[in-house]
Design a protein around this ligand. Structure first.
Ligand SMILES: Cc1cc2nc3c(=O)[nH]c(=O)nc-3n(C[C@H](O)[C@H](O)[C@H](O)COP(=O)(O)OP(=O)(O)OC[C@H]3O[C@@H](n4cnc5c(N)ncnc54)[C@H](O)[C@@H]3O)c2cc1C
Ligand code: SF4
Ligand code: SF4
Length: 941
């Protein structure tokens, strides 16, 4: 059956305006930016929708379904859009469930939960983890994928070996059918009167039940014999249910890819979180040995057993990941300890003993500690997007990415594939869940090249045919059929069973509006390939969305890092058609830190802003650049702060400054709730004249302190603390002349002005061995000067400076001097660390934590979400105060959960935001201040 061709109205705003009238203005979007952002998921395809609905209730879902059915408009449900098959894009309405993201009910004793479909898997497991529970199926995309997509794809992952796929872990679903009615899909006993009523009231259920009875033989005959399958509709699961006396409805809907109905919630089964786990990396000389070792390793009941072939190891970089050059394949094994009694070391010994029977290239690397284990998994989980770094033209293309063969034949499959791709002269990464025989095959191709395109088409048919014919396997283990495998579903199951699938689809979706083109379609897999995107560096994996604070708040792809990449690199982009979104980025750089493909979305956005510098900000920064006049003005403000900083005056100030603030942004304001730091009456440089070198004087100290603006102008104790700490480490720093590092200036599009200041800094900081910073943003900006001056004469000097920039926490960690600290008090103070985004982007994460953990009197607690943006981002809390407060809310809850009395950070800007957002829930300090207190206490001073 060809996907029905629906008659669509010409692209117009009619759909969105109709839906707005029914659902509400804020929940329906159809502007250029939104449609561009929603035109992609993590697949190779592109299809722009006509409208996007961000549903917030079941009523919204019903209203959208009814509207789409009445008008014959394709309707595509969507969660995180991380599927690799093109199943979350469509030409009509996208119904995004991301805002339905709560756990509605949790039963600890019976280990189940009722959960909405928009919750991110990692978030779900974080919340369940507090109760010692876990949702077992774990796609490698767990940081970003959401329950709705997992249910609809029957996802699974490395731990399927132990916990099964989603279909094995779902008790019930609430499904909105095409009729707009709700179905409580659970396993009903066939003799239950409720089941009889359902069959009467829902014609499609009656049809499916009859179809199962009438065609039991063909269903049994065509049942896949491998351990995993997500191809076609799961009539096999339904048939099993019938044999047990049940009409097991979740089996039909899980894996149906939004083609039969939409889920508003699921009751999922949970498992106990393992007591402890060990992870091992084992490098083999010969691929065949891996195949032989697997059955024996399976006797240890591993919870995960993953393989990466030699090509994959080459592509991700052996040196970078410490993988021996001779390794033909690497196994990643995980063993869980369920009780305190399980001896993990004994388990590890048994595993090593098994592996030693084979030729290993080195001793297995075994990690018990969660952080080390995380490191071992990191490369594996980000494998696919990491492959984007390999070549600027040849991209990892998912078109035969998910085959399953009998587990004992996996090395035979890998050999076959390596031979096939060697014949084609195509680099390929082969990795996957070896314990289940599920291989992910990712060739690197330039689909814009005719030759490579032909190779892709040839590979698609030959490999799938071989997996079916020679191996008796499945073409789809866990990623779903989507657009990419729909063409082959018929070949996999044969015409007779395929016709049954068509009948199921027609029964549930007679008008063909539910995700047309997905699963049941004979369109060639090459339709709708996004050739343009596949020449760009972004894998559209959405890993950046998982850390983007704006996406966290809005849950809408047009307000997300991945979406912004799409928008600002789109050929129809203009600042005017996308100003709303381009100006919404905080420039927190979290996306850059997270991106496995090496894309810096924040930089792209800065580039776009540089084309339209903000005039008002320009006037302020020009004034700022005239240091003397600007500082005189600040001192004047400091003198009268006790008057203008009173609550009543702040409200007046907010009102008076509004028109002026609008010049910065529509949303900009000086909110009275913003806890402003005390302005210094004597700036840092006035307080330490002895540290200021004479003009043109050579450096007097090997160390310069780049204090930046905040530590100089605010009376917040940070600058004094940095100097005091340096002195304790035997360093009398210089305070050379300096200008703003440039972060806020560049954020408002004034790159030329940022460079002007940067030139001053390059010149005055030259000649020092170390340039110490206390501010996260200054640290990153100084380290980023080589990018600011890319291709310009200053770039070399910028490189030299970048190497010398050292955050005070790094300085202390590296210092050979260990100043005395006070002896620990009888009661310790709970201290948590908020890891500033810019310091994380600069690669400084461990040092501040290690310092805090080593302070007497401090009980260091790692708070949840320590690595998430707090929403301050320099001036963002002025530019968009309301959004910044929505962002910091997560941080406030995290601090509350941690029980910390003090939150420490490494950035004065974060300090302002935390003081505003935490509303007194904890004291806020800089890491240098805690150090200074510890050193001073030892002196008794
Ligand atoms: C780097 C990377 C690694 C990955 N690793 C794995 C892996 O190990 N295992 C694996 O199985 N997959 C993996 N995937 C694929 C993908 O992440 C999973 O399939 C994931 O479960 C999809 O979830 P999502 O929230 O992104 O869904 P989406 O992509 O938004 O949607 C997927 C499907 O679900 C449907 N859908 C979404 N919500 C609903 C709803 N409420 N009602 C009905 N239908 C709905 C959509 O229409 C679509 O058909 C990976 C992807 C990437 C990018
Ligand atoms: S920018 Fe990076 S992390 Fe974000 S979607 Fe693209 S490849 Fe993935
Ligand atoms: S810089 Fe921050 S706000 Fe901007 S896209 Fe990246 S993660 Fe999102």
């Amino acid at each position: 059956m060809t996907a029905p061709t629906l008659i669509l109205p010409k692209r117009s705003h009619a759909i969105a305006s109709d839906l707005r009238a029914v659902i509400g203005v804020d929940k329906v979007k159809d502007d250029y930016s939104t449609l561009t952002a929603y035109a992609v998921d993590a697949s190779i395809y592109r299809m722009a929708p006509q409208a996007v609905v961000l549903v917030e209730s079941e009523e919204d879902i019903v209203a959208t379904v009814r509207y789409a059915v009445e008008r014959g408009i394709p309707l595509t449900p969507r969660a995180a859009g991380t599927n690799l098959t093109g199943s979350a894009i469509g030409s009509g309405i996208i119904l995004d469930v991301s805002r339905l993201n709560r756990i509605l009910e949790l039963n600890r004793e019976e280990r189940w939960a009722r959960v909405q479909p928009g919750i991110v898997l990692a978030e779900l497991n974080k919340q369940l983890g507090r109760h010692g529970l876990l949702f077992g199926p774990d796609p490698s995309s767990s940081d970003m994928c959401k329950l709705g997509g997992m249910l609809a794809n029957n996802s699974s992952g490395p731990h399927t070996l132990r916990y099964g796929a989603v279909k094995d872990n779902v008790e019930a679903l609430r499904v909105c059918l095409q009729s707009g009615e709700w179905l409580d899909a659970r396993a009903y006993r066939l003799d239950d009167p409720v089941c009889a009523d359902l069959l009467k009231s829902h014609r499609p259920l009656h049809d499916v039940r009859s179809l199962l009875q009438d065609h039991a033989a063909v269903i049994a005959q065509k049942r896949p014999t491998v351990s995993k399958n997500s191809c076609g509709y799961n009539l096999f699961g339904l048939a099993d249910g019938l044999a047990r006396g049940y009409f097991d409805l979740p089996k039909l809907f899980v894996g149906s890819e939004g083609t039969l109905g939409l889920f508003s919630e699921a009751t999922i089964r949970l498992v106990e979180k393992p007591h402890a786990t060990l992870t091992a990396l084992i490098h083999f000389h010969r691929l065949e040995d891996v195949g032989e070792a697997v059955p024996t390793l399976l006797e240890l009941s591993p919870s995960a057993l993953e393989v990466m072939d030699a090509n994959t190891l080459n592509l991700i970089g052996r040196v970078k990941h410490g993988i021996p050059a001779e390794a033909a394949a690497t196994l990643l094994v995980e063993l869980d300890a369920d009780g305190a009694q399980t001896d993990r070391r004994a388990q590890a010994e048994r595993m090593i003993e098994i592996c030693r029977r084979y030729r290993l290239t080195s001793d297995p690397v075994i990690a018990f500690d969660p952080e080390q284990r995380e490191q071992l998994w990191k490369a594996r989980k980000a494998l696919y997007p990491t492959l984007y770094r390999f070549d600027s033209r040849k991209k990892p293309i998912n078109f035969v990415d998910d085959v399953v063969v009998p587990a004992e034949r996996i090395s035979e499959l890998i050999r076959y594939l390596e031979g096939f791709f060697a014949g084609q002269r195509v680099p390929v990464a082969i990795f996957g869940h070896i314990g289940n025989g599920n291989a992910h095959i990712i060739p690197l191709l330039d689909v814009n090249d005719q030759d490579d395109f032909q190779k892709m088409v040839q590979g698609y048919h030959e490999i799938h045919q071989t997996v079916l014919g020679r191996f008796g396997g499945s073409i789809c283990g866990e990623h779903g059929d989507g657009r990419v495998r729909a063409e082959y579903v018929k070949t996999m199951f044969g015409q007779e069973l395929y016709d049954l699938f068509v009948r199921v689809k027609q029964s549930f979706d007679p008008s063909g509006v539910l995700n047309p083109g997905i699963k049941i379609s004979d369109r060639p897999f090459t339709d709708h390939i996004d050739y343009e995107r596949l020449s760009k560096p972004c894998a559209t994996c959405a890993k950046c969305n998982a850390v983007c604070p704006v996406y966290d708040v809005f849950q809408s792809e047009d307000m997300s890092s991945r979406g912004w990449f799409e928008i600002v690199t789109d050929k129809h982009y203009s600042y005017l058609n996308s100003k709303r979104v381009v100006e919404a980025c905080l420039n927190c750089k979290s996306c850059r830190t997270a991106c496995p493909a090496g894309v810096d979305v924040s930089q792209l956005i800065l580039d776009r802003r540089a084309e339209h510098p903000n005039k008002m900000a320009g006037a302020i920064f020009h004034f700022h650049a005239q240091s003397e006049r600007f500082e005189r003005f600040l001192k004047f403000l400091a003198r009268y702060q006790p008057i203008w900083d009173r609550p009543v005056m702040r409200r007046v100030l907010d009102r008076l400054t509004k028109p002026f603030m609008r010049g910065l942004a529509e949303t900009a304001r000086l909110s009275p709730q913003l806890v402003l730091p005390r302005l210094a009456r004597r700036h840092l440089r006035d307080r330490y004249p002895e540290l200021i070198p004479e003009a043109k004087q050579r450096p007097r100290s090997p160390v310069a302190y780049f204090h930046g603006c905040a530590a100089s102008y605010f009376d917040d104790g940070v600058g004094d603390a940095v100097i005091a700490v340096l002195r304790k480490h035997g360093v009398e720093p210089d305070l050379p002349p300096q200008r703003c590092s440039g972060t806020p200036i560049e954020t408002y599009g004034h790159r030329a002005l940022a460079k002007e200041g940067a030139r001053v800094n390059l010149s005055s900081m030259a000649g020092y061995d170390k340039v110490v910073t206390g501010c996260a943003s200054c640290t990153l900006m100084l380290k980023d000067y080589p990018t600011l001056f890319a291709g310009e004469p200053e770039q070399e000097a910028a490189r030299v400076l970048a190497k010398r920039v050292t955050h005070i926490s790094e300085f202390v960690s590296q210092s050979p001097v260990k100043p005395a600290m006070a002896s620990p008090p009888p009661t310790k103070c709970k201290v948590a660390y908020h890891s500033s985004c810019h310091l994380r982007a600069a690669g400084v994460t461990k040092e501040p934590r290690a310092i805090l953990a080593g302070l007497p009197g401090v009980e260091y607690v790692e708070m949840p979400d320590a690595d998430r943006c707090a929403g301050g981002a320099g001036t963002y809390l002025v530019k968009d105060f309301d959004t910044s407060q929505r962002i910091v809310e997560r941080k406030r809850l995290a601090v509350e959960q941690s029980g910390a009395a003090v939150v420490v950070t490494s950035c004065p800007a974060c300090m302002i935001q935390l003081r505003t957002g935490l509303q007194g829930a904890a004291e806020v300090k800089h890491v240098a201040q805690l150090l200074q207190e510890a050193y001073d206490a030892a002196d008794g001073s």
